[in-house]
Design a protein around this ligand. Structure first.
Ligand code: TA6
Length: 299
């Protein structure tokens, strides 16, 4: 487990960025700058919370989230990589890949008027190498400010091409799901996981009054989460992504999950910027690909 003292000495920024041992003994980076606050677990380079100054949290962390080495955390921005959903051939491999449960290394930190920047790099253990033998380089750069930006860059450092599925699986905090609309995906086709991944077409804005688990394909659209309860709009901009996944487990699935809390589904909606299903990315040897997101709030 990374040594908190070493992290503090190497990467701490007095009054801006500090390191603590969080629940489950997981090392956390805590950002508190004039623009926003955030917590990031080094396991998974997993941003857990992001709260711009003067706003309620924008990224949602389940109050019942469980923290343990090698276990995914409910909420925040899980990094799904190098596959999305179930593994295409090995059902025993972890859903959404292994990146979110591996320890990442911190390479650099800095702060300026736009926010606090952290650069993480995935370091592999033997399990991951067994599940994904292709040589690669994976880096996540995030900037914590009035906006939140994240850039996930994969480089194929091997001699053969590989197909990559990925997502920044972001849980957004909403006042109450019943007062939420998501725009930006009108007239877009989606694969509906709730209906055996059959293909449907989105007419109008998305509203949630049952379990929703939709993989919108071939879309580069910016989405907007209209929150009538909190009276704000969360903009979800993206680059290098052709898939957007919209998910809310609703009552039954939420109760079954054990780490969402009974009312968890009311306080969150996932709008995930991805490359999945029809849109997996093939990386040739030496090629790099970056999936980027930019979140900001408007009132
Ligand atoms: O992105 C939607 C989804 O694939 C849902 O089907 C649900 O499984 C969700 O991700 C959460 O997955 P997790 O492995 O984090 O429990």
């Amino acid at each position: 487990m990374a040594d908190i003292q070493n992290l503090e000495q190497q990467f701490g920024i007095p009054g801006i960025l500090s390191f603590i041992e969080g629940d489950g003994g997981l090392p956390l980076a805590h950002v508190a700058n004039p623009l926003a606050e955030a917590d990031i677990a080094l396991q998974g380079a997993h941003l857990l919370t992001w709260t711009p100054k003067g706003e309620p949290p924008v990224v949602w962390l389940s109050p019942q989230a469980k923290f343990a080495p090698g276990k995914s955390v409910r909420g925040g921005v899980p990094v799904c990589w190098p596959w999305f959903g179930v593994h295409p051939t090995e059902a025993s491999y972890p859903a959404h890949g292994f990146a979110r449960t591996q320890m990442w290394g911190l390479l650099a930190t800095s702060h300026d008027d736009h926010g606090t920047r952290l650069v993480f790099e995935l370091q592999l253990n033997d399990i991951a190498r067994m599940q994904w033998p292709a040589p690669f380089h994976l880096r996540l750069v995030m900037n914590i400010g009035r906006e939140l930006t994240m850039e996930l860059t994969t480089r194929n450092t091997g001699q053969s091409a590989f197909a990559l599925g990925e997502a920044l699986h972001t849980y957004f905090h909403v006042g109450d799901i019943s007062a939420v609309r998501v725009t930006g995906l009108e007239n877009t086709d989606y694969l509906d996981k709730v209906r055996d991944f059959n293909r449907f077409h989105q007419d109008g804005a998305i509203q949630v009054n049952a379990e929703i688990d939709r993989v919108y394909v071939d879309t580069t659209a910016e989405c907007v989460i209209h929150d009538g309860h909190l009276g704000r709009r969360i903009h979800v901009g993206k680059s290098g992504s052709l898939t957007t996944v919209v998910w809310n487990p609703w009552v039954e699935k939420c109760a079954q999950m054990g780490d969402m809390g009974e009312e968890g589904y009311r306080r969150m909606i996932c709008v995930e910027s991805a490359n999945a299903h029809d849109n997996v990315v093939t990386l040739q040897p030496g090629e790099s690909h970056t999936l980027g997101v930019r979140y900001w709030v408007e009132r």
